[in-house]
Design a protein around this ligand. Sequence first.
Ligand code: KG4
Ligand code: ZN
Length: 363
Amino acid sequence: MDNDTPMLVLGIETTCDETAAAVVERRSDGSGRILSNIVRSQTEEHAPFGGVVPEIAARAHVDVLDGLIASAMKEAGVGFAQLSAVAAAAGPGLIGGVIVGLTTAKAIAMVHDTPLIAVNHLEGHALTPRLSGTLAFPYCLFLASGGHTQIVAVLGVGKYVRLGTTVDDAMGEAFDKVAKMLGLPYPGGPQVERAAATGDAKRFAFPRPMLGRADANFSLSGLKTAVRTEAGRLAPLEAQDINDLCAGFQAAVLDSTADRLSVGLRLFHEQFGPPSALVAAGGVAANQAIGAALQEVAARAQTTLIVPPPELCTDNGAMIAWAGAERLALDMIDSMEASPRARWGLDENAVAPPGFANTRAAY
Ligand code: KG4
Ligand code: ZN
């Protein structure tokens, strides 16, 4: 492809409970610009069930995706004929939704004779900071969302080495489960953060999982159980109890995260030299308290922290369009045979740590 012409890529995201479409431009100097980025959250559909129901999610994606794509194209002022490529998240995620997004992208690619790019959703999160600012490889990524908790060395487009992962619950999942057990509405992460802001983090002595271990893995289910036990002991819960439990839980997550990341950064340094930055991505990166803790970790490791704006941390179409553009620039195009994948690791050669049992996630 002509490297001087700006690329225009449509991105489609349907792996979980957000239906999203965006158009992103990538210029020949590697800089990016979002022309439209429309996210329709399914929170209302899933809230009565306290979590994402896969069948409801898939149906909701079918209902709104075509309209969302039309709106994203209109807002961007771009016609299908002008697209350089269409990118869809082909996994990992809930397979019904992934099929909806990928099939739609294939149809657009076929009808308008434009390249298809099947993007790994995690790669979308991983490359987002290069869309919102200048950032050179290699960098250290802390990815924490509802389905994933990983420390990844991002060496280049398509080149990832996983340095640490959770051996049980994902971090966002732990926030959501704690919220649920305390009677806070779904999705729980922002609710727990809000409650924690007025709580006493010292009232409960919750465990700091994995502290001091030589590897860079996470574990969150023991901490979650400790919160459940304490909540059961105190029931019925007063508002202050809930705030204190949230503050105690969040403080434990922060301490554990800081410790795990300092090990992750050390491993990064040993294997790849100094990272250009520590990048936080995924829904949990929207948590301000975690951001503050990461700032200290980065400073101690003599690197800078980059956190994309909150709307680019949580799932969106721009991150898929951007990963598609980065791939297109390297001629990494997919065929119509590209398969939807429920599980799809960023680092395909990675070996699962002992006891790995992440329920929702593919890693
Ligand atoms: O990246 P994301 O939008 O979707 C997934 O790929 O999972 O992340 C959603 C997750 C949810 O578990 C949500 O509770 C969590 O991110 N989250 C937060 C916050 N905002 C979203 N967790 C803690 N604090 C927050 N402020
Ligand atoms: Zn995500």
